[in-house]
Design a binder for this molecule. Structure first.
Ligand SMILES: *Cc1c(COP(=O)(O)O)cnc(C)c1O
Length: 376
C-alpha cells in the first residue's frame, strides 16, 4: 500500500535538524513554555503576516480558547458549516452554546455565504448570534470576503478554522489574516504537522492575543499564581515547537510540491468530468494547501474499493455531516435539511497527496480512478 501521508520521507529529509532541535530542549530540560515556543510564534506570525501567533496544545484547544475569550456560552448561537471535523462543533457544545449548522457551497465545500445569511435571518427566538466559524475544508480558504460581510450585518465575529489550511492564500492574502481570529492545528497529518498534538491562534488584535496567552495557562494574570479568569491547560509543548521550527524550513517548498501534484491530478482527471466526476476548484487568486485532494463521484465506494485493490489508500472527509451525527443531530433539522453537505458526504473521496508523493504515483492513481469509472 502506498502511504496516504508519508511522514517518514519527510523525517529522512529533516532528521539531523529535528534531532538536534529536540536534543537541545532535552539538554536544557526546558519542556514547558521553553524558548522554542516563543521562537515558533514569531516564525508563524511572520510566515502569514499576522500580528500575533499564540501556540496552544491542539487545534481543538485553539478553537476552544478563541470562544472562551469571546465569552461564548449559554444562549449564544455559533454558526458552523455542516461538513467539518467534529472539533469545530464540539467546542461550541462544551461551552454550553448552541451550534447552528449551515450548508456548504457545492464547488469548494466551504460555508455557503447565502445559506449563512438565511440561517442568521431565521434563528430561533432566544438565541443570540455571536460567532461564525468558517472552515477551510481540504485546505482551501472559505470565501472570507462574502462571509465577513454577512457576519458583520449580524454583529458576529468570524473565527477561521484553518486547521487544514495554514500556508494557504485567498485573494493575495495569507491564512491567518483573513478573519479577526484564526485557529490552526499541527496534528501530524496536517500540512504543517508536529509529532503529537499542537495548534496555534493567529490574530492582529493585541487584546485578544493577551487573553489567549492567559487562557492557555489556566487563566493566569501577570504572575503565575495570580488567577484572573477560568482557563485551560492548553500550552504548546516545547518539544513540538522544536519539531515545527525544523519543519518550517521546508514548508514553503512542500506547499509548492503539493500544488504541483494537485495540478497534475487536475490535468489527468479532467477528461473524467464528462463521466460525472467533480474535481476541486483551483482557488482564484490564491493557493490551497491541498491538505486533501478530494474528488466527488456518485460511485465513490466502488472507486475507493478499486483503488484499495491496487494498493492505493483513500480517505473520506467526512462520511456524515455534523447534523446527522448521533451526538449532534438534536441540534439540526434531520436528513434533507442541508442537502449539499449530505450529498458531498456521500460522494467525496480524498486521493493520496503529500510533498513526498512521486509524480508517477499521481499518474497511477488517476489512471486507476479512470479505470474504476469506466468499469461501471
Ligand atoms: C484537525 C482539525 C481540527 C482539530 O485539530 P486537532 O489539532 O486535532 O485538535 C479542527 N478542525 C478541523 C477542520 C480539522 O481538520
Amino acid at each position: 500500500m502506498m502511504p496516504f501521508v508519508d511522514l517518514n520521507s519527510q523525517y529522512q529529509r529533516l532528521k539531523p535538524l529535528i534531532a538536534s532541535r529536540i536534543q537541545d530542549v532535552i539538554d536544557r530540560a526546558d519542556f514547558i513554555m521553553g524558548a522554542e515556543v516563543a521562537a515558533l510564534e514569531d516564525r508563524l506570525a511572520a510566515f502569514c503576516g499576522a500580528g500575533h501567533a499564540v501556540g496552544v496544545a491542539s487545534g481543538t484547544d485553539a478553537l476552544l480558547a478563541a470562544l472562551i475569550a469571546e465569552g461564548v456560552g449559554r444562549g449564544d448561537a455559533v454558526l458552523v458549516p455542516a461538513l467539518t471535523f467534529t472539533a469545530t462543533a464540539e467546542v461550541v457544545v462544551l461551552l454550553g452554546a448552541t451550534p447552528v449548522f449551515v450548508d456548504i457551497e457545492p464547488a469548494g465545500c466551504t460555508l455557503d455565504p447565502a445559506a449563512l445569511a438565511r440561517r442568521l435571518e431565521t434563528l430561533p427566538q432566544g438565541l443570540r448570534p455571536r460567532v461564525v466559524i468558517a472552515v477551510d475544508l481540504y485546505g482551501m480558504p472559505a470565501d472570507y470576503d462574502a462571509i465577513g460581510a454577512v457576519a458583520a450585518r449580524f454583529g458576529c465575529l468570524v473565527l477561521a478554522d484553518a486547521a487544514q489550511s495554514f500556508g494557504a492564500t485567498y485573494r493575495g492574502r495569507a491564512v491567518g489574516t483573513l478573519a479577526p481570529v484564526t485557529a490552526t492545528s499541527f496534528f501530524p497529518a496536517k500540512p504543517l504537522g508536529c509529532y503529537g498534538d499542537g495548534g496555534a491562534l493567529l490574530t492582529d488584535d493585541d487584546e485578544r492575543a493577551r487573553l489567549y496567552r492567559s487562557i492557555r495557562a489556566h487563566g493566569r494574570g501577570d504572575h503565575k499564581y495570580d488567577i484572573v479568569r477560568v482557563g485551560l491547560n492548553a500550552r504548546l509543548d516545547t518539544l513540538q515547537a522544536a519539531v515545527l521550527l525544523a519543519k518550517l524550513t521546508v514548508f514553503e517548498d512542500e506547499l509548492a510540491t503539493r500544488d504541483r501534484l494537485a495540478a497534475r491530478y487536475q490535468r489527468a482527471l479532467t477528461p473524467l468530468v464528462a463521466s460525472g466526476l467533480s474535481l476541486p476548484p483551483q482557488p482564484a487568486g490564491g493557493r490551497s494547501t491541498w491538505a486533501q485532494y478530494s474528488i466527488r463521484h456518485h460511485r465513490r465506494d466502488a472507486i475507493a474499493a478499486r483503488l484499495r485493490d491496487r494498493g492505493i489508500p483513500t480517505g473520506v472527509y467526512y462520511p456524515a455531516p455534523m447534523h446527522l451525527q448521533p451526538a449532534y443531530r438534536h441540534f439540526g433539522d434531520g436528513p434533507g435539511s442541508l442537502p449539499v453537505a449530505e450529498t458531498v458526504a456521500r460522494t467525496t473521496l480524498s486521493l493520496p497527496i503529500h510533498a513526498y508523493l512521486p509524480e508517477d504515483a499521481v499518474d497511477r492513481v488517476a489512471a486507476t480512478v479512470a479505470e474504476a469509472i469506466a468499469g461501471g
